[in-house]
Design a protein around this ligand. Structure first.
Ligand code: MOS
Length: 748
């Protein structure tokens, strides 16, 4: 293979790579011109509001439909009695990422906030009032919302289909020969995505075709799934999702309320809009389920791991099986002769959990990183030295080499920037000038690198500019910008000359915007489509006797600054516009599909890595805990846009601080209702909670992960951070806290 045809050896850092461009969607958003799903108002549109259950388990015995219908402006009330049929049984999963959904198939109630009716009216106010007039009566059973009430079971799979456990080496022997054995249980609570933009849909049917304006992280998959529910071909479903006000995993799954609104639009022959209220998002649209994790870590006299046992009980609903794959966090990070990870499910009367930013890794690394700190303490070692001592040179268990792993540099650079070497080994040694207790802690960050099959199209136009298209989703992460940068490099254009269309399901399938894999997945498709367009343009030029590139077919050309140059004589070149004009063509179109070759994952372990260092200050009288500094150093392959990537890391680290100190959905055990289902009581960090943040981008060249060298950056910032903060709280106070979020009453 020549360097040109072997992409892993192609030049890596072109002129437009690594540029900290500002976000293409930024101006639209700050000027209010970005239209979100609920901003759409097609003529004749009706408003739908779900009536939701106030009990967690039982049956709806009556609804006062007549009262709701009598209300001025109410057009229809949909209940199990008149709900039109669906072509797919909602109690059956739909592969690959299907969840069972509640769509008024009967009078059963399985969680609080489950839809029990849909009221459709001329105005939002009338629909809301109509829903309140339904006055539901229930036959309620006791809610099972606590660990002791739930039913434990052995799951066939965890997450979206991973095996429920893994075992390497002899764990009993490993732990038996340990000089130090740490064993502890950790709790992580239920958390809710709380995207700024609640789930919404505006549905408009035209015969058996439907147009859906909805925020969506997985356009093609969703089209296929909606089509299956409505018994129409997938191409009859169009989803427009140009902007998302956050998704975090919850907009990658189908949910009942949106299906009901689409059904109502068909039933009534008019466009229907549904937008969930904030409190209605605590139930039918997924969440991060609670976990109870037990870790056992054995170490020998030198601080080397002899065994690592991570067991997680993960809460799920009574009727589906998504389990936070928390214990898997112990698989990729630390070298140990024996590793055992296990999961059990716990059935509770709640909505089904689902993927939520760093599903598994977030909860699992929170527990693992605290346990590692405890193990370091047991060995009398500095926590960073302890992690270096147990650094995995190859993937633990499988022995596979990492496709790249610059974690040592992350540790070193992060520690240096933070000033880690000045940290006293013992807890409770530092105070600031105000007398606050000061603690420093650290954690390792890790996230796997999925690749979703994706397609793209690149059109070079007569004026020498390009249009590139893929149906991905920009949730705020800056995908439009980074993807355009990738295409621009492959096209030999400035990013400003590249128009990017995205967020529409009729475009080539951009795969899933999730799993931190969108830039790598859709980016590779755009890279390949762009190269295909350049190859077609090259054919036009090298075959045209009038072109200075005539006959250069075997020599090759270089695409740069909107011109093709002969490789053997770069002074001989022609602009894209001239080449197209010479060929009498208005444009050339390149297309590509990009999937990951299974051999890539078979030969290598694929992860991004990082190290997070945290400082907390604690008021010794009030117990108020403040994160005052967070330094993260991350290595995630090639960085397309350092400005956006730093933002992603900041967002992740803030989420980590939120996990450590703020977030928890609190359930009333009598009713099963979440008592803080709003942004006043469900705590997320405000600006005053966000410390000085530093994100260091560690260079990392990954020749294997994919031909563009890109890993993923969206979720890794959460991992490591939670443990780092908890460990800093220990370092400040000497208190080992294993229940998240850590609260004032835990430290005083
Ligand atoms: Mo994510 S949980 O893949 O948005």
């Amino acid at each position: 293979m020549s360097p040109e045809t072997n992409p892993s050896h192609a030049p890596r850092y072109g002129s437009n790579m690594g540029q900290p461009l500002t976000r293409r969607d930024g101006l639209l958003k700050v000027t209010g011109r970005a239209t979100y799903a609920a901003d759409n108002h097609p003529p004749g549109m009706l408003y739908a509001v779900t009536a939701v259950s106030k009990i967690a388990r039982g049956r709806v015995t009556s609804l006062d439909v007549a009262a709701a219908k009598a209300h001025s402006g109410v057009v229809e009330v949909m209940t199990p009695a008149n709900r039109p049929p669906l072509a797919h049984d909602p109690d059956e999963k739909m592969p690959p990422f299907g969840f069972r959904v509640e769509v008024l198939q009967n009078d059963r109630v399985r969680y609080v906030n489950q839809p029990i009716a849909l009221v459709i009216a001329q105005t939002l106010e009338a629909a809301t009032e109509g829903a309140m007039l339904l006055d539901p009566q229930y036959d309620a059973q006791d809610a099972r919302v606590e660990r002791a009430d739930g039913e434990l079971y052995d799951p066939p799979a965890i997450g979206v289909g991973a095996p429920p456990g893994a075992a390497y080496g002899d764990i009993d022997a490993g732990l038996a020969r340990a000089a130090h054995l740490v064993e502890a249980e950790y709790f992580t609570p239920a958390q809710y995505h709380n995207a700024m933009e609640p789930h919404a849909v505006v549905a408009e049917w035209d015969g058996d075709r439907v147009m859906l304006d909805m925020p969506n992280q997985a356009l093609a998959l969703s089209c296929a799934s909606y089509a299956a529910y409505f018994g129409i071909p997938a191409e009859n479903v169009t989803i427009r999702s140009p902007f998302l006000g956050g998704g975090f995993g919850s907009k990658a799954i189908l949910n009942g309320p949106q299906i009901l609104a689409i059904l109502a639009a068909r039933m009534l022959g008019r466009p229907v809009k549904l937008a969930l209220t904030r409190s209605q998002m605590y139930g039918p649209v997924g969440h991060r389920g609670a976990t109870w994790q037990t870790l056992r870590i054995g170490t020998d006299g030198d601080g080397q791991l002899t065994g690592l046992h991570h067991r997680a009980i993960a809460a799920t609903s009574s009727f589906d099986d998504f389990l936070e794959p928390a214990a898997n966090a112990s698989l990729p990070l630390y070298a140990s002769p024996a590793i055992l990870v296990e999961h059990k499910g716990l059935r509770l009367d709640t909505g089904t959990p689902g993927p939520m930013r760093a599903p598994g890794e977030a909860s699992g690394s929170a527990a693992l990183e605290v346990a590692m700190d405890e193990a370091a303490e047991a060995c009398g070692m500095d926590p960073l030295d302890f992690r270096l001592k147990n650094y995995a040179e190859t993937e633990p268990g499988t022995g596979k080499p990492f496709s790249s792993k610059a974690l040592r540099a992350c540790y070193a650079e992060g520690a240096k920037r933070f000033g880690w070497s000045r940290r006293p080994l013992e807890a409770g040694q530092m105070r600031d000038e105000k007398g606050f207790l000061v603690g420093w802690g650290m954690g390792t960050a890790v996230f796997h690198c999925p690749h979703f099959p994706a397609e793209a199209r690149a059109t070079l136009r007569a004026d020498g500019t390009a249009l590139v298209e893929t149906a991905g989703a920009d949730m705020g992460q800056g995908a439009w910008t980074a993807l355009a940068q990738i295409a621009a490099e492959a096209l030999g254009l400035d990013p400003q000359q590249v128009e990017l269309h995205s967020g529409l399901s009729t475009l080539p399938d951009g795969g899933i915007a999730g799993g931190s894999g969108h830039t790598a997945s859709a980016g590779l498709a755009l890279n390949n489509a762009s190269k295909d367009a350049i190859a077609r343009l090259t054919d036009l030029a090298t075959g045209n006797p009038q072109s200075p590139l005539f006959g250069a077919g075997n020599i090759g050309v270089i695409a740069r600054n909107g011109r093709l140059h002969r490789r053997d004589d770069e002074t001989r070149s022609q602009s894209y516009a001239e080449i197209l004009a010479g060929a009498g063509q208005p444009e050339v179109v390149g297309t590509a599909k990009a999937a990951r070759d299974p051999s890539v994952g078979a030969a290598h372990a694929l992860y991004s890595h990082g190290a997070v260092f945290a400082e907390v200050k604690i008021d010794p009288d009030l117990g108020q805990i403040r994160t005052t500094r967070l330094v993260g150093a991350f290595a995630a392959g090639r960085i397309i846009n350092p400005r956006l990537v730093r933002s992603q890391y900041f967002g992740g680290m803030i989420w980590g601080a939120s996990f450590a100190l703020h977030e928890e959905a609190v359930t009333d055990r009598r009713t099963g209702r979440i008592m803080n289902a709003d942004l006043a009581e469900y705590h997320v960090p405000v600006n005053a909670d966000v410390p000085s943040l530093d994100a260091i981008l560690i260079p990392e060249d990954d020749p294997y992960i994919n031909p563009i060298g890109v890993k993923g950056v969206g979720e890794i910032g959460i991992t490591g951070t939670v443990g780092a903060i908890a460990n800093a709280v220990w370092h400040a106070t000497g208190k080992r806290l294993r229940r998240f979020p850590i609260r004032i009453e835990d430290v005083i």
